[in-house]
Structures are given as structure tokens and as C-alpha cells.
Write a protein that binds this ligand. Sequence first.
Ligand SMILES: NC(=O)c1ccc[n+]([C@@H]2O[C@H](COP(=O)([O-])OP(=O)(O)OC[C@H]3O[C@@H](n4cnc5c(N)ncnc54)[C@H](OP(=O)(O)O)[C@@H]3O)[C@@H](O)[C@H]2O)c1
Length: 317
Amino acid sequence: MRKENMGKSKVLIVGGTGYIGKRIVKASLSQGYPTYVLKRPEIGLDIEKLQLLLEFKKQGAILVEASFSDLQSLVEAVKLVDVVISTMSGVHFRSHNILLQLKLVEAIKLAGNVKRFLPSEFGIDPARMGHALEPGRVTFDEKMEVRKAIEAAKIPFTYVSANCFASYFAANLSQMATLLPPKDKVLLYGDGNTKVIYVDEDDVGTYTIKTIDDPRTLNKTIYIRPPENILSQRELVEKWENLSGKKLEKTSISGKDFLASMEGMDYAGQVGVGHFYHIFYEGCLTNFELGEDEEEASKLYPEVKYTRMDEFLKIYL
Ligand SMILES: NC(=O)c1ccc[n+]([C@@H]2O[C@H](COP(=O)([O-])OP(=O)(O)OC[C@H]3O[C@@H](n4cnc5c(N)ncnc54)[C@H](OP(=O)(O)O)[C@@H]3O)[C@@H](O)[C@H]2O)c1
């Protein structure tokens, strides 16, 4: 181990081949943490996952075999490390298994050695979503259930609220059902002036890893609110128009009509509409000030050169 990395916590990432998990593994390796990644026997013939795991191994990660169907194997895995980060799936149109983490919480409790656990959050703060709409509230309710188990077991924690991942919410100028910028027309939510927070996924990885050995983030919620990325949808669209040199035709949809669009949609679509409503009409990411048990990542770690949205959008030109 390099001298400057001595004394750094050993970190296990559970869900490391996933969408945000792989960024967190990458950040952990690049910040010099001894990085362990869970390898589940259930991946079977999924060669993409296996190759990603082997790629992590080449970069210095240690692969640890364990299964959610074998509690003792999870206990043995978490015993190897100081910090556990879970990036368990939680997006309905991909896969949603937030409550599986209750097994991981149980394993951490039994192992008794873990100094910090970061459960799979990385989005809207579920503690502020008691009023959320059905059916999308399931995301927040389940994340709160996991929090309750963590706190009941007295496991030291950090919750990371990462706001809107840029590739999901900024690249498409916050349009649903596409991941690419619209070519001619853009739909604005209400007046399009509600402030939203867009965060590059690699920055989510970087900030998350920064928190794990930091006493200032112990038993706290950390919000990632890079100041220049706090933008309204209109401001985001303007950035794209400046980059592309083309004005988009703007139409607007009222909150009522937007909610009505849920009808006839499949479950994942309805969950999505609910989340968009809270973000773009209600302003749930920005309509509160941080409290005492809460910190803001870009203030804690001013050395991180986070990606601004005009820079982020360039690749979509
Ligand atoms: N803020 C935002 O804009 C935003 C956007 C997307 C997601 N998120 C949040 O980020 C978190 C992670 O989501 P994601 O999209 O990155 O997840 P994902 O890629 O769909 O899945 C992550 C990992 O979950 C594990 N997993 C899934 N099903 C499993 C099962 N049955 N048993 C054991 N492990 C299983 C897998 O781990 P292996 O590596 O072991 O296979 C998988 O790679 C969620 O909390 C989600 O709500 C936030």
C-alpha cells in the first residue's frame, strides 16, 4: 500500500457493477481506498458484470464473494472492511430492490465492526417526502424503512442525497422517456423556473467517497448541491440552446395536466411522473435550507472541481 493511503478505511461496495455503483468503485480506487467489491454468485452467465468485476480487480479492487441468499456470507464480507456502501438498485424502469438491504443491515449488525454504512440513497431525501404521491412514494418509504433499521441497530451512517443525476435529467433537458436532448421542441414543467440540482454521476462518486472517513459527515445527511448546478429547467434549456446554436420551441404543461398524464401509464411511468412532479413543480430539491444534522458536499470539499452543466452537455452535441 502506498504510504499516503495508509490509515484509510477499507471499503466494501455492494452493488458495485450497477449504474452509480461503478462510479463509486472508480472513485474509491482513485482516492486510494482499499476497495472491496461484492461479487454475487447469482450473476451466473452475466458476462458484462463479470468483466466489469475483473476490470475492477485489475485496477486493484479485491472481489469478495457473497450472496443475499446466505446471510453468513454477507457477515463474513462486511467483517473484512470498515465502511460499507450499498448502491442497491432503486429505479423502477430498471430494477428496484431497496428492501433487500435489510439483509445487509442485519449482516452489519451481526458483524459488529463496521464504522460507517452508506445505504443506497443518492437521490431525493426520503426524510422530506412523507407527503409524496402514490405510487412513487414507495421509493422514499422503502429508503426510510432501511434508515429505520440502520438507526435501530445503532450502525453509524451517512446518507447521501445526490439530487438529479445529470445523464438522467440534464442530457434530455428533463424530458421524460428519452435520454437525449430534444431536437425541436421542449416541454417545460409549469413556468420552468423551479430550481433543480443536476449532478454529474462521476461527481456523485467522488463526493460519496470523500464523506466516508470524515467525522463531519458521521450520522448525517449530506446533500450534493454544487452551486453552479442549481438551475431551473429554463436555465438548463438556455445552456443547451447556447451550445447547439438552436432555439427550441417551448410549450408548457400545468401541474394538474402533468399529473393527469399518469393515467394509462405502466407502474414505472407512474412512479416517474410522481418524482418529476415533486422535483419540477414542488421544488422538493431546493425548497428547504439545510438543518443542523445536514451538510453540503461542495462546501465540505471545495477542492472537488465539479462538472458544470454546459461542460456536461457538450458530449451530446
Ligand atoms: N438521483 C438520481 O437521479 C438517481 C438516478 C438513478 C438511481 N438513483 C438511486 O441510486 C441507487 C442505485 O441505483 P442504480 O440505478 O445505480 O441501480 P442499478 O444499476 O439498477 O443496480 C445496482 C445494483 O443492485 C444490485 N442488485 C439488483 N438486484 C439485486 C438482487 N436481486 N440481489 C442482489 N443485488 C441486486 C446489483 O448489484 P451487483 O453489482 O452485485 O450485480 C446491481 O448492480 C438507488 O437508490 C436509486 O434510487 C438516483
